[in-house]
Design a protein around this ligand. Structure first.
Ligand SMILES: [Zn+2]
Length: 268
């Protein structure tokens, strides 16, 4: 077993939905100086949380907008001063505001909003006079029952649909590669679409039910291929290519649209 095997779930960042802003810095000042969280004021007056993450192997400052946490995350190399860090953030306030605006109009799921189901837009409808179950028909997702618990019913239904699709895809692909999967877990990790553990458990985000079927298929192929190759070597990608013929297209799709899906929230 390759040495990388046990930590697979940590390093496989399949479809990491970050948008990176990378600019070289020459900040190298006091050793061991750390900050954790601060806020900045954006050009439109809004406040935004900034999380600072010192990283021993980082070679330059990296700023990203984390849509799921609604915060900016700044990775800093060793010996970066807080002044250097904050100057860097302040120089990029317009970019952060732009990121915020990209995600602002699509953040909440609820009645009369559109939800992508396997890549096709569906209108979410609430029918309080009907039984408390969820049905999908002709471009609509109809949620019955009282307003209380609406989002729980919808979310549970989406997770169940995701499980059905994902388990079926896992069964097909493990059979094709002649590998076995111990368990399929469905969760809601903030930073990845799928992962594979050393115990042969495949974990997936329920949010994959919102992606086109081909994208869901690619993420499953990626994790199933890890049951054979616990790395991201050329041999690993050859296994992926045995399972799907659209991996580059799917990866591009996830990079482009994934962050919006990860940022979607339910009305409380
Ligand atoms: Zn991977």
């Amino acid at each position: 077993m390759p040495p990388g095997f046990p930590s697979a779930a940590k390093w496989c960042t399949n479809g990491m939905p970050w948008t990176w802003k990378t600019i070289s810095s020459n900040g190298h000042i006091r050793r061991g100086r750390k900050m954790n969280e601060t806020t900045v004021r954006l050009p439109n007056g809004a406040e935004l949380a900034v999380l600072l993450k010192p990283h021993s192997r980082a070679r330059r400052l990296k700023l990203r907008y984390d849509a799921a946490r609604r915060a900016a995350v700044l990775t800093t190399p060793p010996r970066t001063s807080s002044a250097t860090a904050m100057t860097f953030v302040e120089r990029n306030l317009d970019w952060l505001l732009g990121q915020l605006e990209i995600y602002a109009d699509q953040e909440v799921l609820g009645p009369d909003r559109y939800l992508s189901f396997l890549g096709h837009d569906h209108l979410i409808l609430h029918r309080p006079d009907q039984a408390g179950r969820v049905d999908r028909q002709e471009g609509q997702i109809i949620v019955g029952g009282p307003a209380g618990g609406f989002d729980v019913r919808l979310l549970n239904w989406l997770k169940k649909q995701a499980r059905t699709q994902l388990e079926q895809a896992v069964a097909e692909k493990t059979a094709l590669l002649g590998v076995t999967c111990h368990r399929v877990r469905i969760g809601d990790p903030k930073s990845r679409w799928g992962s594979c553990s050393s115990r042969k458990t495949l974990s997936f985000s329920w949010r994959l039910i919102m992606t086109p079927a081909s994208v869901l298929d690619y993420v499953v192929a990626h994790e199933v291929a890890h049951l054979k190759e616990m790395n991201h070597s050329a041999a690993f990608w050859r296994e992926v290519d045995r399972l799907v013929d659209h991996r580059d297209r799917s990866r591009r799709w996830l990079r482009e649209h994934g962050p919006r899906l990860m940022a979607l929230q339910f009305e409380a």
